[in-house]
Design a protein around this ligand. Structure first.
Ligand SMILES: *Cc1c(COP(=O)(O)O)cnc(C)c1O
Length: 392
């Protein structure tokens, strides 16, 4: 097997054309989304052609067929450091036997989505916006997937993709002004199919704002073609939230894909999930958010990992998330600092968590501290009756 050069986490590196099964793949193949999807790693034997597995991984892969399927694009797989058993890329996509462990509090539907679905595939939790699940497939599967109960086609439930019922609900509910397409990964749909959904949504007058949540720019940057971007551009305002967790994921191919999206006027945000031994480290997160800005992506949310069944080995502590935010705020560009949130278990929605910068508050004043720990007092405005007229 050819040696894969270790990636410096702060630099953008190329991964194309890549080595695959000891062969150099022709560039036209490697750069084709179709080739990448066709050559995904989905079985134990394919995986073992490339990597020496730990027993925990081998057992995990064998069990993934009845929980959440394994699939890894060659592009993403090539980021794995074969010599590092704790490789942060590897932990995100290669199943482990720990996925069968039951930690009390873990759930099949941690965000209580199923109980907020007025029609199948449409989650209406907040007053003015909805989450619209348009497909149950992704280019690759994150082992901590919050929707593993319906995603990948092997879980305990199937997602009913009744788009027509969802469109009718959206047409009737004039309070909805924001539709977030997710799944599965909406960018896995063909340009035509996705355009059908976007144009139908745009025909609904009260829908102002569209956004897509997708990990395709990270897993399969080859999918971000000029044709796709040209189509998306017709449906503005359209935002895209990507999902990058580790600086190594931002390769030159990914950067090119993100720049192309941005050049088509699509504002880009990033939603990271805080994961143990992946990105639960201030230095790694700082490198990630800086690289995101270089790709014109604004870090949007940092999620505490949902209480999805079998995720205890990947969940970092809430305190670690706060520590990371504290290490960023004030120390670096404000645009680089995401909002840390917990999606409240059982369906409470996203709750923001912040370091305590307010030390005390009463009617007269607040006592605050800055990023350096220096303490300041801010007096509230006095009522007019307490004030004398100044001398002009
Ligand atoms: C995250 C989410 C949204 C979008 O929330 P924002 O804070 O506006 O990004 C909408 N609906 C559901 C069900 C969600 O989980």
């Amino acid at each position: 097997m050819p040696t894969i050069e270790l990636l410096p986490e702060k630099e953008f590196r190329s991964h194309a054309p890549g080595y695959w099964k000891d062969q150099l793949v022709p560039e036209t193949d490697w750069n084709s989304a179709k080739w990448q999807l066709k050559n995904r790693i989905t079985t134990l034997s394919q995986l073992e052609e490339h990597l020496v597995l730990a027993d925990e991984e081998r057992a995990g892969v064998l069990l993934s067929g009845n929980k959440l399927a394994m699939a890894i694009t060659p592009h993403y797989f090539n980021l794995i450091d074969p010599l590092d058993p704790d490789c942060p890329i590897r932990r995100q996509v290669i199943p482990r036997i720990e996925e069968t462990l039951d930690d009390p509090g873990e759930m099949a539907d941690p965000c209580g989505e199923d109980s907020h679905m007025p029609v199948p595939g449409l989650v209406h939790r907040y007053p003015d916006r909805v989450l619209f699940l348009v497909t149950d497939r992704c280019a690759a599967y994150c082992r901590y997937c919050t929707r593993s109960r319906v995603v990948s086609g092997v879980g305990e439930q199937t997602l009913h993709l009744e788009h027509e019922a969802a469109f009718r609900y959206l047409e009737k509910h004039t309070e909805i002004r924001d539709v977030l397409l997710s799944g599965g990964d909406p960018l896995l749909l063909s340009d035509g199919k996705l355009e059908g959904i976007l144009s139908r949504l745009r025909s609904i007058k009260h829908i102002e704002f569209l956004r897509i949540g997708s990990r395709i720019p990270i897993f399969l940057p080859q999918r971000i073609t000029p044709e796709l971007c040209g189509m998306l551009k017709k449906y503005h305002p359209l935002f895209l939230s990507i999902h990058a967790n580790h600086p190594r994921e931002l390769t030159t191919e990914v950067r090119t894909a993100l720049e192309r999206l941005a050049d088509h006027g699509i504002p880009l945000g990033n939603q990271s999930v805080l994961l143990r031994n992946v990105n639960d480290d201030p230095a790694i997160m700082k490198s990630l958010v800086h690289k995101l800005l270089m790709c014109r992506v604004r870090p949007y949310y940092l999620y505490q990992c949902d209480l999805i069944k079998g995720s205890s080995h990947l969940r970092a502590s809430v305190a670690k998330g706060i520590e990371i935010i504290e290490s960023l705020r004030g120390h670096t560009t404000g645009y680089a600092v995401p909002q840390f949130v917990i999606d409240a278990p059982g369906g409470g929605g996203k709750v923001p968590l912040n370091p305590d910068y307010m030390l005390m508050k009463d009617e007269q004043r607040v006592l605050i501290r800055n990023y350096e720990g220096k303490v300041f007092e801010y007096p509230e405005a006095s009522s007019p009756a307490q004030l004398k007229v100044g001398q002009a």
